[in-house]
Design a protein around this ligand. Structure first.
Ligand code: ADP
Ligand code: 5GP
Length: 212
């Protein structure tokens, strides 16, 4: 199996959800890891699709059972990736897209060194603020919390393998897609490369003998 997890992080409003949804529509080889959260659903969000919306008690039960591959408190709410969510996607033969924060990304990278870590930067703080306000899902205090988190998140971008700016949406989606394409042909990920090479070399030996 050479499917791998792809972790996409960005400050809140950075475009993770938008980019991930477009990628999922366009690439049949991707599945989404639906996270658990204790934050309430936003208008239009569907339980089991966008998140598994759980109570704090349910979250803690999962945590105590060791169900999470990683978990963190983000903007004052619990968020976590269920090990089963990752396994389901990978066993279905797809790469797994994870939209998780920087704390979760660090935990996950420690247990899954083959994961691809991508960070998306906003073109500017003004644009980030504008997008958050346009999305209109945060009240004043939540907005402030998200800006403070963004400040902290930008300090740890060096942990990521790839960094891109989400300026033009189509360009950002294309960049993430190209990263996935490149990772698929990374030498270490190619299944049975040694036997493939031995086969080619053995045939070449025969041909060299035949032609000499
Ligand atoms: P995140 O999931 O990282 O919090 P979202 O995907 O919800 O961010 O994006 C925040 C807002 O910015 C949304 O209203 C989205 O439509 C908008 N947005 C995201 N990327 C772009 C882009 N490249 N250009 C313009 N608007 C964007
Ligand atoms: P939002 O509430 O805007 O959907 O997400 C807030 C933040 O929580 C984002 O940075 C998002 O990436 C992060 N997040 C979502 N799911 C998870 C998860 O399962 N684990 C962790 N650690 N962070 C998550």
């Amino acid at each position: 199996m050479n499917q791998f997890p792809i972790v996409l992080s960005a400050p809140s409003g950075g475009g993770k959800t938008t980019v991930t949804k477009l990628l999922m529509q366009r690439r049949a080889d991707l599945g989404y890891s639906v996270s658990c959260t204790t934050r309430p659903p936003r208008p239009g969000e569907v339980d089991g699709v966008d998140y598994l919306f759980v109570t704090e008690k349910q979250f803690i039960e999962h945590r105590e059972r060791g169900d999470f591959a990683e978990w963190a408190v983000v903007h004052g709410k619990f968020y976590g990736t269920l090990k089963s969510a990752i396994a389901t996607v990978l066993e279905g033969g797809k790469h797994v897209m994870m939209d998780i924060d920087v704390q979760g990304a660090a935990q996950f990278a420690a247990i899954w060194p083959g994961a691809v870590l991508i960070f998306m930067l906003p073109p500017s703080v003004e644009v980030l603020l504008g997008r958050l306000q346009e999305r209109n899902t945060e009240d004043g205090s939540t907005l402030l919390t998200r800006l403070k988190s963004a400040h902290a998140e930008l300090q740890v971008v060096s942990r990521y393998h790839y960094v891109l700016v989400n300026d033009d949406l189509e360009t950002a989606v294309a960049r993430v897609s190209s990263i996935i394409d490149a990772e698929e042909v990374k030498r270490e990920r190619i299944r049975a490369l040694d036997s493939q090479l031995s086969g080619l070399i053995a045939t070449l030996d025969l041909e060299i003998k035949r032609h000499s």
